[in-house]
Design a protein around this ligand. Sequence first.
Ligand code: FAD
Length: 468
Amino acid sequence: MSDRYDLVVIGAGPGGYVAAIRAAQLGMKVACVEKRPTLGGTCLNVGCIPSKALLDSSELYELATHRFSKHGITADGVGLDLGAMMGRKDQVVKELTQGVGGLFRKNKIEPVYGAGKVAGPNSVQVTLNDGGERTLETNAILLATGSEPIELPFLKFDGKTIVGSTEALAFEQVPEHLVVVGGGYIGLELGSVWKRLGAKVTVIEFLPRIVPIVDHELGNQLYKILQKQGLEFQLETKVTGAEVKDGKATLSAETKDGKTLTFDCDKVLVSVGRRGYLDGLGLEAVGVEHDPKAGKVTIDAHFRTNVPSIYALGDIVSGPMLAHKAEEEGVAFAELLAGKPGHVNYETIPSVIYTWPEIASVGLTEEQLKEQGVDYRVGKAPFVANGRAKAMDEKDGIVKVLADAKTDRVLGVHIIGPRASDMIAEAVAVMEFAGSAEDIARICHGHPTLSETLKEAALAVDKRTINC
Ligand code: FAD
């Protein structure tokens, strides 16, 4: 069977499905090829959504077991039903992935379930999940095949004891001792989940700091707070191998000064980063320029590869591997394809770490400003001085605003604190409009709200805080 489309998208993650919807809205006939049985990609199936569902559930458990009493609530005999917690997470995933199916129907996008391969500049061959093959002829092909966890050669995934994030989202029991290899956001989020549910958690990080790309002052605060919560850290330590026997692992590692360490544990989560997934796409045969080792396709500012009808975006191109970055690219790509002025402002893409407290950032860090020799002013305000944070008993953290010393334009905002993920949107909006610290300082913020801490930090840039 052969069909002709304006656009065939390979991959139904946030990059691919959003591009498909926007292209359909602009009048194109679109098919979206997906090898999973459900739509939504890594993000909805095994990434952002299930991890946040477990973070929210485990946070409630933590509150009930450790912090309710401070609020005068007695909750004796609070128990954990891990099966039910996992069931709720699976239900959230199911509803959202089915929701994408609904959006496809609404926008008349044809989902094609199977593994897609570029058969030519205008042709995608699909090995259908239900058996058989199908060829889709198209004016344009969008590659949006996402990413997979990086495997260490001396620590191969076995799916049970040595695992990646997907398995760590679905352990059947709370591990006694979970060792997380890698102190990035995925390891810290999943480490927090299992710590709250009762596991001993040790994070081994090769570098001298966790979350190294985060503004160092906030990264240092997060490190101390997570230690207070009971997570253990082994920094400047290189994992060298593991022996697995009867469902237990003995992990060996070497410190910076050459000391050998061993860790006995029942689960090892390897979260040392992700690599773009280009397997079986047939890029060599069609001559699409890419770096197979890094899993990255080379594109120009309009998402075009070197083959005129083939485009790429999301985790398989440069930039932060984040769902909202992929979504923005999806919209911009479709608009450009339709001859409209699509654009992504990569300077205002926020990033969030959903530990508790959360870290949310946009723009440049203090380290980057120093490196670039920018003359800047800094304003900081702590949550301990915020009425709402006190009422919530959430006093850890600060907001830090970095502004150009001459123009006062906001160059970066970094928040560690409660609901930082929601608060960062205001800073993103201000930066999108090239606003100044004074703009934030003069905006009326509701009282009492956590966002007043952002206002105070903006006031602090000009050394005129009111409440701290
Ligand atoms: P993906 O979402 O990976 O989708 C690609 C799709 O393509 C997949 O469904 C795959 O099955 C399909 N595919 C691949 N090859 C083929 C083929 N040949 N034929 C057919 N289909 C194919 N990001 C955030 O912004 N916020 C978060 O909180 C966050 N949390 C995360 C937590 C975890 C545990 C993980 C693993 C990731 C998280 N991410 C988060 C990252 C986010 O999931 C990715 O950046 C995002 O999903 C990338 O979108 P994408 O469209 O490029 O690819």
